[in-house]
Design a protein around this ligand. Structure first.
Ligand SMILES: Cc1cc2nc3c(=O)[nH]c(=O)nc-3n(C[C@H](O)[C@H](O)[C@H](O)COP(=O)(O)OP(=O)(O)OC[C@H]3O[C@@H](n4cnc5c(N)ncnc54)[C@H](O)[C@@H]3O)c2cc1C
Length: 334
């Protein structure tokens, strides 16, 4: 006898999917709280424009910002449980290198910004990953330890700086990093590991943590005893330089495109020479004062930033043959 065709299963609609995701997120957060109690700010449908230096980005289904000594175990168990439920997790530092899409981020944003702390041991200093770069620079300076001054005035967290191998004034994180404490989620059970820094595994805005399933918990730097006045004056000089270059005048995420030695000149100069300073799409503009900074003039959508960067890349390609590579990371739902 011919089998009757099966009745098609009723597919949940968008609202039902959202409701299911929300109740799963609530469930796993409650379970993690029972296992590893901690204070945490928990916001649902939270606009990422409030948590990024570009001030753009749609809502995250859930942003959670845990604090206190249980941060590593709480976060580890949250990420593991979320993975098991098929809920994506995005790790947020200071939001200074990302453009979040207008549709926002599905799943959980684990905000590390309250996981702050510092400890010194001889000439090494360790920071929890949510410590801001400026806080880290000040802490090291107050111990009379030099080496982190190049980070002065750079927005973002230590975790984000290690992940991005942040660089400036001829120095980069890999020059001073001794080791990083991470939680590795690539195995079935999360494993906490110390990763000794190997400079050869870092590159231009590249670290060995990119493309891996890791949470950076802390970073330890090998610094040098230097005269306090000398450190303080370098810090002040670097902060002033950023101020004068207009870094804080408008919401942005620093350099939009990477430099490339093969271009023979800085990317900003190439863009400037093509007369593109001030070029605007929607609320996104090539800064009139810097060819390699895209600014949010006030009303930019994430899509404006992307369109502007695509258009500038195309113009540079046509005029010079060079392919520009974004330094900014585009994240969130397409
Ligand atoms: C005005 C301005 C000037 C800037 N100047 C410079 C500059 O001179 N040089 C430079 O290199 N950059 C610069 N930047 C970019 C930015 O400051 C750095 O890239 C910084 O390192 C980003 O850190 P963040 O914490 O904000 O990272 P986010 O933007 O929050 O995240 C960046 C990436 O790191 C990942 N991440 C963050 N924390 C962790 C963690 N704990 N564990 C695992 N992954 C993590 C995120 O998932 C994301 O993929 C500038 C930005 C601005 C706004």
């Amino acid at each position: 006898m011919k089998a009757l065709p099966e009745k098609p299963a009723v597919q949940p609609n968008g609202l039902e999917l959202k409701f299911n995701m929300r109740s799963n997120i609530v469930k796993i957060i409650n379970q993690c709280m029972e296992l590893f109690p901690c204070e945490a700010e928990i916001c649902y449908d939270d606009f990422m424009s409030e948590h990024t230096t570009f001030n753009v980005g749609g809502p995250a289904d859930c942003r959670i910002c845990p604090q206190g000594e249980n941060f590593p175990s709480f976060s580890s168990s949250l990420i593991r449980m979320a993975r098991n439920e098929g809920i994506p997790v995005f790790i947020l530092g200071g939001g200074a290198n990302i453009v979040v899409s207008d549709k926002g981020i599905r799943g959980i944003v684990l905000d590390t910004c309250a996981w702050k702390g510092a400890a010194v041991n001889d000439n090494t200093v360790s920071f929890h990953s949510g410590t801001s770069m400026d806080e880290a620079v000040e802490f090291a300076a107050n111990q009379g330890l030099g080496g982190l001054e190049f980070l002065a005035g750079m927005p973002g967290s230590i975790g984000g700086a290690v992940y991005m191998n942040a660089r400036c004034y001829g120095s980069e994180i890999a020059d001073v990093l001794a080791w990083t404490q991470i939680i590795d989620f690539s195995a079935v059970e999360p494993q906490e590991k110390r990763v000794t820094a190997d400079k050869t595994s870092f590159g231009y805005k590249h670290s060995p943590f990119q493309g891996k399933d890791n949470l950076i918990i802390s970073a330890t730097f090998s610094l040098k005893a230097v005269d306090l006045n000398e450190i303080k004056s370098t810090i002040e000089k670097n902060r002033r330089d950023r101020q004068e270059k207009g870094h804080y005048r408008f919401p942005c995420a620093g350099s939009a495109f990477k430099n490339n030695h093969e271009f023979g000149k800085p990317t900003g100069q190439i863009i400037d020479e093509l007369g593109l300073k001030g070029f605007q799409i929607g609320g996104a503009q090539i800064a009139p004062f810097h060819g390699n900074i895209v600014i949010n003039t006030g009303s930019a959508a994430s899509a404006d930033i992307r369109a502007l960067m695509d258009e500038v890349s195309a113009k540079v390609k046509t005029a010079t043959g060079f392919t520009l590579e974004p330094e900014i990371l585009f994240v969130g739902q397409e």
